[in-house]
Design a protein around this ligand. Structure first.
Ligand code: ATP
Ligand code: MG
Length: 211
């Protein structure tokens, strides 16, 4: 019994020491990170969670009274839970959020490349308005990677507008297959990895989970 107590106490001491060392390393890193500026984030990859993670940040920003603009470059459906929820929030908090939906569906649902490009250009013009407005603290360009991937927009002016945005403005870009130049320009890049998805097992898109 005493042996067991002694072993527990040794384990506790070792754990305490390990945690103290860990804390010192973390504290040092926190002290070294002193910049305050807008960050460009990219959520890419084949796994689920790119857009929903971005909308989580929208909620987080709104909670800090940060003004937000969302531009959806690919219109999936018109009745998503997030759009409904945030629009309702915006009705009681006027001016906090602008939400735009463009496009006509995923690219395999449309067949007119020129029209896709024109729609993407129009949405990008809307985005440029926000990218020039320091009152907007967060912009979400949802499913924007496809506009570059399919050549609807040129990379150079996109990168230039992102680089010239107000210093404290955050931008999140979502979508699969983010281009190298976009990744290069970003501060934070997250690759969602597909491990399993219920759809593959025949589960239909469930409200509240997929839309
Ligand atoms: P979410 O909106 O759930 O965060 P996402 O933005 O990562 O997903 P998209 O590529 O934009 O994923 O896909 C749009 C829709 O397809 C969403 O309803 C999403 O839940 C679903 N989805 C995402 N990844 C997969 C997958 N690997 N297989 C099947 N459906 C998926
Ligand atoms: Mg998405």
């Amino acid at each position: 019994m005493t042996d067991i107590l002694q072993q527990d106490s040794d384990r506790d001491s070792r754990h305490l020491l390990r945690m103290q060392r860990k804390k010192a390393v973390v504290d040092e890193k926190i002290a070294a990170a002193q910049d305050e500026r807008g960050v460009l984030m990219i959520n890419t990859g084949n796994g689920k969670g790119k857009s929903t993670a971005a909308f989580g940040v929208v909620a987080r920003a709104l909670g800090h009274d940060i003004r937000v603009a969302v531009i959806q470059f690919v219109k999936g459906r018109s009745d998503t839970g997030e759009e409904g929820f945030f629009r309702q929030f915006a009705r009681t908090n006027p001016g906090c959020l602008n939400w735009h939906v463009s496009g006509e569906g995923f690219t395999w649902e449309t067949s007119d490349r020129a029209r896709d490009a024109a729609v993407a250009c129009a949405a990008w013009d809307v985005a440029c308005g926000y990218l020039a407005d320091p009152a907007i603290g967060l912009i979400v360009l949802d499913e924007f990677t496809y506009a570059l991937k399919y050549g609807w927009l040129d990379s150079a002016p996109v990168l230039a507008a992102l680089a010239a945005r107000p210093p404290l403005q955050h931008v999140i870009i979502t979508g699969r297959g983010a281009s190298e130049v976009l990744i290069e320009a970003a501060d934070t890049v997250t690759e969602m990895t597909l491990v399993k998805h219920a759809f593959k097992a025949g589960v239909k898109a469930m409200p509240g989970v997929e839309w």
